[in-house]
Ligand binder design. Structure first.
Ligand code: AHR
Length: 334
């Protein structure tokens, strides 16, 4: 069964395919309504400080943004992927966009911290900043207009709730995390811990980053299986690639993924849904990357001087069976 979790939160509701932009108090600055953006046929310039090559989710998300902000739609999108996930290259690109005087900056931060100076400079230049996917830490909502992303804590909690239902008597589990310092990693840990942390029947064997990587996750989990004599019932992998690495480790240990060890992941990419359809993954929580249209609607509102919610939640669904995965695969866009 696939379940769409359209989360109503105190900070906003996003209906799939449409955008309910509340006019409630905004968490950040909105642009000057007299801004030159989008004037007499000139293009609105958008500086996209992006992550760059990182995996299937990132590719889908950044391609969707680029496919949306086209010249036909009235935009000049300046795409600046990080050099090897390096934050300094992002800060340099961010600074260049401020100096150039772009109309708006989209930021997908490789690191959660270290953005105060850059964001303050953009604010002083009256250039609105919209966070795409990743948050900043500490989360000072005065330094940006809004963040557009699925709700990481909700998505992660959906994995924990599945684990509770799958293991009514508890389980020994391991967590494969994304890189340290990335905002969504902390949010996913929070979402999981708020549900499972209170469950005394669940035993956390440990957590380790595998840097969103299949190969690294395979290596990490091979070691975990050996050091626990294969006595691990579940893996919470914070993205699909790492979950698929855990599958490989389970198989190499002579165990059956989906039976001896159940693996749950976040993202909802094609490869993960295929693995779920094949019974190798047991649960996949989508972290919907396709929100370019929403981002464009938000940019238009912000440049028109309208307030938007400080966090715009992108709806995501979950997949808890091979049948649900098989049903979704033919139309899957990422
Ligand atoms: O920030 C979103 C995360 O970054 C995705 O879950 C992961 O696959 C990507 O690398």
């Amino acid at each position: 069964m696939s379940i769409t979790r359209g989360f109503t939160t105190t900070i906003g509701l996003v209906a799939a395919g449409a955008l309910a932009l509340g006019l409630a108090g905004c968490g950040g600055a909105s642009a000057d309504p007299d801004s030159s953006a989008g004037g007499d046929g000139d293009l609105t310039t958008v500086g996209f400080v992006a992550v760059g090559p990182e995996g299937a989710w990132r590719k889908a998300n950044e391609q969707n943004i680029q496919d949306t902000f086209t010249t036909d739609a009235g935009y000049e999108l300046k795409y600046a992927p990080a050099a090897k996930l390096d934050q300094k290259s992002q800060i340099d690109a961010f600074t260049s966009f401020v100096d150039e005087g772009v109309d708006v900056i989209l930021l997908s931060a490789t690191e959660g911290s270290g953005w105060e100076d850059s964001l303050t400079r953009a604010q002083e230049a009256e250039i609105p900043v919209i966070l795409i996917d990743r948050g900043i830490e500490p989360d000072n909502t005065d330094l940006y207009v809004t963040r557009i992303a699925p709700d990481n804590k909700e998505v992660s909690a959906s994995v924990a709730e599945w684990a509770q239902s799958e293991f009514p008597d508890g389980a020994k589990y391991f967590v494969l995390e994304g890189p340290a310092g990335v905002s969504v990693v902390n949010e996913r840990n929070e979402g999981w811990d708020e549900v499972i942390g209170a469950e005394s029947t669940f035993e956390k064997l440990g957590a380790q980053t595998a840097n969103w990587s299949t190969e690294e996750a395979k290596s990490v989990f091979e070691t975990v299986l050996k050091s626990n004599n294969n006595d691990v019932q579940m893996v919470f992998a914070q993205n699909d690639e790492m979950g698929l690495g855990a599958v490989q480790a389970v198989e190499e240990a002579g165990l059956v993924p989906g039976e001896d060890v159940k693996i749950a992941t976040i993202d909802g990419t094609k490869n993960a849904l295929q693995a779920l359809a094949d019974g190798k993954l047991s649960f996949v929580a989508e972290y919907n990357p396709l929100f370019g249209e929403t981002a464009m609607e938000v940019v238009e509102k912000v440049l028109a001087g309208e307030d938007v919610e400080p966090y715009i939640i992108v709806p995501s669904e979950t997949f808890d069976s091979p049948e649900a995965a098989s049903e979704a695969l033919p139309e899957r866009q990422f």
